[in-house]
Design a binder for this molecule. Sequence first.
Ligand SMILES: [Zn+2]
Length: 148
Amino acid sequence: MGLENAFGQVIEYYSRRSTPEPANGNLETKPRASQWPSNSRGNSIRSVSKKRARLNRQRAQATKAAREVDNTCHIKSPVCTGYFDAFHEVIKCSANGAIVPGSEKAKAQGQVFIRSCNPCNGYIEDNVAWAKENGYAKSRFEQDNHAD
Ligand SMILES: [Zn+2]
Protein backbone atom coordinates (compact mmCIF):
# COMPACT_ATOMS: atom_id res chain seq x y z
CA MET A 1 0.00 0.00 0.00
CA GLY A 2 2.80 2.40 0.77
CA LEU A 3 0.63 4.33 3.20
CA GLU A 4 2.46 4.76 6.47
CA ASN A 5 0.32 7.39 8.10
CA ALA A 6 -2.21 7.25 10.91
CA PHE A 7 -4.62 5.35 8.67
CA GLY A 8 -2.17 2.56 8.01
CA GLN A 9 -3.64 0.45 10.77
CA VAL A 10 -7.16 0.64 9.35
CA ILE A 11 -6.04 -0.18 5.83
CA GLU A 12 -4.03 -3.09 7.11
CA TYR A 13 -7.06 -4.38 8.99
CA TYR A 14 -9.29 -4.37 5.93
CA SER A 15 -6.61 -5.69 3.65
CA ARG A 16 -6.60 -8.90 5.66
CA ARG A 17 -10.26 -9.56 4.93
CA SER A 18 -11.19 -11.80 2.05
CA THR A 19 -13.94 -9.50 0.79
CA PRO A 20 -13.36 -5.80 0.11
CA GLU A 21 -15.02 -3.35 2.47
CA PRO A 22 -16.62 -0.06 1.48
CA ALA A 23 -14.87 3.11 2.54
CA ASN A 24 -17.29 3.48 5.44
CA GLY A 25 -17.02 -0.17 6.34
CA ASN A 26 -16.12 0.67 9.91
CA LEU A 27 -19.76 1.62 10.46
CA GLU A 28 -20.57 -2.06 10.06
CA THR A 29 -18.96 -2.77 13.41
CA LYS A 30 -21.96 -1.15 15.08
CA PRO A 31 -24.74 -3.59 15.84
CA ARG A 32 -27.68 -3.37 13.49
CA ALA A 33 -31.14 -2.88 14.92
CA SER A 34 -32.18 -6.31 13.72
CA GLN A 35 -29.20 -7.92 15.42
CA TRP A 36 -29.26 -6.19 18.74
CA PRO A 37 -29.86 -6.78 21.51
CA SER A 38 -29.69 -10.52 21.60
CA ASN A 39 -29.77 -13.02 24.40
CA SER A 40 -26.88 -15.12 25.63
CA ARG A 41 -27.52 -17.73 22.95
CA GLY A 42 -27.21 -15.10 20.25
CA ASN A 43 -30.84 -15.25 19.21
CA SER A 44 -32.53 -12.02 18.31
CA ILE A 45 -35.07 -10.94 20.89
CA ARG A 46 -35.88 -7.61 19.30
CA SER A 47 -39.67 -7.85 19.64
CA VAL A 48 -39.39 -8.78 23.30
CA SER A 49 -36.77 -6.10 23.76
CA LYS A 50 -39.04 -3.35 22.41
CA LYS A 51 -41.79 -4.41 24.79
CA ARG A 52 -39.27 -4.62 27.60
CA ALA A 53 -38.00 -1.12 26.79
CA ARG A 54 -41.54 0.22 27.15
CA LEU A 55 -41.99 -1.63 30.44
CA ASN A 56 -38.67 -0.31 31.67
CA ARG A 57 -39.82 3.25 31.01
CA GLN A 58 -43.05 2.63 32.89
CA ARG A 59 -41.10 1.03 35.70
CA ALA A 60 -38.73 3.99 35.89
CA GLN A 61 -41.66 6.40 36.10
CA ALA A 62 -43.33 4.35 38.83
CA THR A 63 -40.06 4.11 40.73
CA LYS A 64 -39.50 7.86 40.52
CA ALA A 65 -43.00 8.57 41.78
CA ALA A 66 -42.61 6.04 44.60
CA ARG A 67 -39.29 7.55 45.62
CA GLU A 68 -40.94 10.92 46.16
CA VAL A 69 -43.30 9.27 48.63
CA ASP A 70 -40.70 7.19 50.47
CA ASN A 71 -37.03 6.94 49.52
CA THR A 72 -36.00 4.37 52.10
CA CYS A 73 -35.10 0.73 51.58
CA HIS A 74 -37.61 -1.62 53.17
CA ILE A 75 -35.55 -4.80 52.87
CA LYS A 76 -33.00 -3.92 55.53
CA SER A 77 -30.63 -6.79 54.93
CA PRO A 78 -27.23 -6.82 56.69
CA VAL A 79 -25.75 -4.88 53.75
CA CYS A 80 -28.50 -2.24 53.54
CA THR A 81 -27.63 1.37 52.69
CA GLY A 82 -31.08 2.52 53.77
CA TYR A 83 -31.89 4.19 50.45
CA PHE A 84 -34.49 3.13 47.92
CA ASP A 85 -32.68 2.47 44.65
CA ALA A 86 -35.07 0.15 42.82
CA PHE A 87 -38.05 -2.03 43.44
CA HIS A 88 -37.42 -5.62 44.34
CA GLU A 89 -40.03 -7.99 42.89
CA VAL A 90 -41.02 -10.99 44.99
CA ILE A 91 -41.89 -12.89 41.81
CA LYS A 92 -38.67 -12.78 39.85
CA CYS A 93 -38.53 -11.41 36.34
CA SER A 94 -37.10 -14.76 35.22
CA ALA A 95 -40.28 -16.39 36.55
CA ASN A 96 -42.40 -14.03 34.43
CA GLY A 97 -42.93 -11.64 37.31
CA ALA A 98 -44.32 -8.23 36.43
CA ILE A 99 -41.82 -5.37 36.64
CA VAL A 100 -44.18 -2.38 36.53
CA PRO A 101 -45.78 -1.46 39.86
CA GLY A 102 -49.53 -0.99 39.50
CA SER A 103 -49.70 -2.67 36.10
CA GLU A 104 -52.53 -5.03 35.20
CA LYS A 105 -50.09 -7.92 35.04
CA ALA A 106 -48.76 -7.13 38.49
CA LYS A 107 -52.28 -7.02 39.93
CA ALA A 108 -53.32 -10.20 38.15
CA GLN A 109 -50.41 -12.25 39.42
CA GLY A 110 -50.26 -10.71 42.88
CA GLN A 111 -46.79 -9.37 42.31
CA VAL A 112 -45.27 -7.64 45.32
CA PHE A 113 -42.92 -4.67 44.93
CA ILE A 114 -40.66 -3.78 47.82
CA ARG A 115 -38.54 -0.67 48.02
CA SER A 116 -34.95 -1.85 47.99
CA CYS A 117 -31.43 -0.53 47.83
CA ASN A 118 -29.05 -2.11 45.32
CA PRO A 119 -27.02 -3.99 47.96
CA CYS A 120 -30.23 -5.51 49.38
CA ASN A 121 -31.29 -6.60 45.89
CA GLY A 122 -27.96 -8.35 45.54
CA TYR A 123 -28.22 -9.83 49.02
CA ILE A 124 -31.58 -11.38 48.13
CA GLU A 125 -30.07 -12.98 45.03
CA ASP A 126 -27.21 -14.40 47.07
CA ASN A 127 -29.24 -15.50 50.08
CA VAL A 128 -32.34 -17.17 48.71
CA ALA A 129 -33.23 -18.98 51.94
CA TRP A 130 -33.02 -15.75 53.92
CA ALA A 131 -35.11 -13.97 51.29
CA LYS A 132 -37.82 -16.66 51.39
CA GLU A 133 -37.92 -16.61 55.19
CA ASN A 134 -38.52 -12.87 55.10
CA GLY A 135 -41.08 -12.98 52.30
CA TYR A 136 -38.82 -11.35 49.69
CA ALA A 137 -38.74 -14.33 47.36
CA LYS A 138 -41.03 -17.16 46.39
CA SER A 139 -40.09 -20.52 45.00
CA ARG A 140 -41.50 -21.52 41.64
CA PHE A 141 -43.88 -23.92 43.36
CA GLU A 142 -45.50 -21.16 45.35
CA GLN A 143 -46.39 -19.15 42.29
CA ASP A 144 -49.37 -19.24 40.03
CA ASN A 145 -47.81 -20.63 36.90
CA HIS A 146 -50.99 -20.37 34.89
CA ALA A 147 -50.51 -16.69 34.10
CA ASP A 148 -49.98 -16.28 30.38
ZN1 LIG B 1 -31.45 -2.08 51.67
